[in-house]
Ligand binder design. Structure first.
Ligand code: NAD
Length: 296
């Protein structure tokens, strides 16, 4: 049994921490929200008084926070993890954040002799609750092997992507493909409607032709052809458009920082921004089809 410090007990972090409790670990939780702390305690977790106390007591620390600025503050800020943690400790940041922040925090941790991985996830709240998340992990082989023991409890697929920051890189590259391909598939359905081509016919043809992709065959953005897709339940998420926009913005930040040309990624970010601003923020990201049709 390890003493695990878990910071950020929100929609994702809350159930992830509880899976560690259920596996027999002592989990000291901390969150700014009293409600999140109470839920953690009600399920068998323990409350930490603050980041410094948690860091001093833990053998392993997991963070699941909204953005890079929160992660940098919690790790590098005054009274933060790096200042208070035991030497040689393992740290796992599963937040989705910008690559530059992930690399900076990891370098600061390594400079203090601590092991760290960036390990963002896919699989959403259902995957967090069910312990079936996919973790994309960046860090040394040694840190990856140490983290895998704990990631195996919270997830089903654990992939070592490479050095520090490559977990975040994998996440945003994948989601940039997803955002662009969802727009492409949605545009095709809107065009088919205007041309009098039945949506089921387009689905049947393209799902076995060269237009085949996950956005079409596993997450079809129009109701009917694929009963399990969010389109059939009025675009309830699923994966909210606001989350897609966050990841597309991170991809653009990374592209600018690294000097990569991603014109379709930029266009996808602009379209999701318009969709979110026009009320689509809390809808599933496949609802972009309504925006393209002019009916959102
Ligand atoms: P959330 O807003 O539900 O949870 C974040 C938690 O962090 C909140 O409870 C908040 O109070 C806490 N927090 C913020 N600042 C803090 C601080 N300084 N100290 C302690 N606690 C603090 O968000 P979420 O949906 O759980 O997402 C967490 C991360 O996971 C994000 O980076 C998100 O992009 C990523 N993610 C989310 C999903 C999803 O479906 N929700 C899927 C994949 C990845």
């Amino acid at each position: 049994m390890s003493t695990i410090g878990f910071i950020g007990l929100g929609n994702m972090g809350g159930p992830m921490a509880i899976n560690l409790v259920k596996a027999g670990h002592r989990v000291l939780g901390f969150d700014l929200s009293d409600k999140a702390m109470a839920a953690h305690e009600a399920e068998g977790g323990e409350k930490a008084a603050g980041v410094a106390d948690l860091a001093a007591a833990a053998d392993v620390i997991v963070t699941m926070l909204p953005a890079g600025k929160h992660v940098r503050q919690i790790y590098e800020g005054e009274g933060g993890i790096l200042e208070n943690a035991k030497p040689g400790i393992l740290m796992i940041d599963s937040s989705t954040i910008d690559v530059d922040s992930a690399r900076a925090v990891s370098a600061a941790a390594e400079a203090k002799g601590m092991k760290m991985v960036d390990a963002p996830v896919s699989g959403g709240v259902a995957g967090a609750a069910g312990g079936t998340l996919t973790f994309m992990v960046g860090g040394s082989v040694e840190a990856f092997e140490a983290a895998k023991t704990y990631l195996d409890i919270m997830g089903k697929t654990i992939v070592h992507a490479g050095d520090a920051g490559t977990g975040q890189a994998a996440k945003i590259c994948n989601n940039m493909i997803l955002g662009i391909s969802m727009i492409a598939v949605s545009e095709a359905f809107v065009l088919a409607e205007k041309l009098g081509l039945d949506k089921q016919k387009l689905f049947d043809i393209s799902s076995t032709a060269s237009g085949q992709c996950w956005s079409l065959t596993s997450y079809c953005p129009v109701p009917g052809p694929l009963p399990s897709s969010p389109a059939n339940r009025d675009y309830q998420p699923g994966f909210a458009a606001a989350m897609m926009l966050k990841d597309l913005k991170l991809a653009q930040e990374a592209a600018n920082s690294a000097g990569a040309a991603t014109p379709l990624g930029a266009e996808a970010a602009a379209l999701y921004s318009l969709f979110c601003n026009s009320g689509g923020e809390t809808q599933d990201f496949s609802g972009i089809v309504k925006f393209l049709r002019g009916t959102s």
